[in-house]
Design a protein around this ligand. Structure first.
Ligand SMILES: NC(=O)c1ccc[n+]([C@@H]2O[C@H](COP(=O)([O-])OP(=O)(O)OC[C@H]3O[C@@H](n4cnc5c(N)ncnc54)[C@H](OP(=O)(O)O)[C@@H]3O)[C@@H](O)[C@H]2O)c1
Length: 275
């Protein structure tokens, strides 16, 4: 089994390595995690027995993580790419290492400006990977072999769905998969508020709203039924659901959801330009 090293144990880095552990795809002794501070490294080590943690606040720390790993996952925010990418490049051996970048808005070509020889694969993950219901988009850089891309597709497949995506479409994918959990959570809160207003206790309202979201997603995925048909099937003539659906459309529900995706893609591009 290969050693997988994570630079950064934030929301996303932790979701991925905890998913690997939970799924059994990677055992704890093959996971290495580096954090910015010793305090965070100690906290991660306490939460994940058997995982080796270290500190990579400087170039030597990054080199230590890279040296311990065969696959290096860069899970820090894009704003510190100017430090992390050259440090990883300096420590990496093109014949041994495979670099995975999960940085939002960063293409393989952009990562390869700093890491020109070691194979790079860009993965856009999402936090539901921690419960093995994630969705990952995967694109190989110029030095990544077919075998390496298939290896990463298989690895991330343990965390939900993993699919190879044309890099030009990566942002559109990420906008839904990476940021979608926040929008879905907002929708759950809205539905729960409505039920609480009608008298249901808060905890029950949140559970039923979340379970309905999970169930609807599963129905769409497992049956292959178009969501429009699924919606029509629930709206009986003269019934209550169609009244609610019309209200949502009067409030611009779909346009608002699509607008949120558009707004975040624009923001993503600004962050990359500024980094
Ligand atoms: N969150 C998502 O749903 C999502 C989805 C797709 C892609 N992504 C991408 O995933 C990356 C991480 O996002 P995130 O949400 O996990 O951000 P985050 O929660 O802020 O995590 C980033 C982590 O990197 C750590 N860090 C900073 N400098 C470091 C260093 N030198 N060595 C080791 N660790 C260091 C930070 O530590 P401190 O807090 O101590 O500074 C923090 O824990 C981003 O590039 C983002 O675009 C995220």
């Amino acid at each position: 089994m290969k050693n997988i090293g994570f630079i950064g144990a934030g929301q996303m880095g932790e979701a991925i390595f905890s998913g690997f552990l939970r799924s059994g795809a990677v055992s704890a002794d093959h996971i290495f995690v580096s954090c910015r501070t010793q305090e965070k490294a100690d906290a991660v080590a306490a939460r994940y027995p058997g995982v080796c943690t270290m500190v990579s606040a400087d170039e030597a720390g990054v080199a230590q993580l890279v040296d311990a790993s065969d696959i290096v996952v860069i899970a820090t925010i894009p704003q510190i790419a100017d430090f992390i990418l050259p440090a990883v490049n300096k420590a990496a051996d093109p014949a041994r290492h495979l670099i995975i970048s999960i940085m939002g808005g960063f293409t393989c070509a952009k990562v390869e400006e700093s890491i020109p020889e070691t194979p790079v694969i860009c993965v856009q993950p999402n936090t539901p990977m921690s419960v093995l219901e994630g969705a990952a988009a995967i694109a190989g850089g110029k030095n990544a072999t077919r075998e390496q891309i298939d290896e990463i597709l298989s690895l991330f497949g343990h965390l939900g769905t993993a699919m190879e995506v044309d890099e030009r479409l990566m942002d559109a994918f990420t906008a839904i998969s990476g940021c979608g959990p926040a929008f879905c959570a907002q929708f759950v809160c809205g539905l729960a508020d409505g039920a609480v207003a009608a008298g249901l206790p808060r905890q029950q309202a949140i559970m039923v709203a979340a379970q309905t979201l999970v169930g609807t997603g599963k129905m769409i995925l497992e049956s292959g039924i178009h969501p429009e048909i699924l919606k029509d099937n629930v709206c009986s003539p003269g019934g209550t659901t169609i009244a609610g659906s019309i209200y949502l459309e009067q409030q611009g529900f779909r346009g608002t959801a699509a607008g949120a995706v558009d707004a975040l893609i624009k923001r993503m591009h600004r962050v990359v330009e500024e980094s």
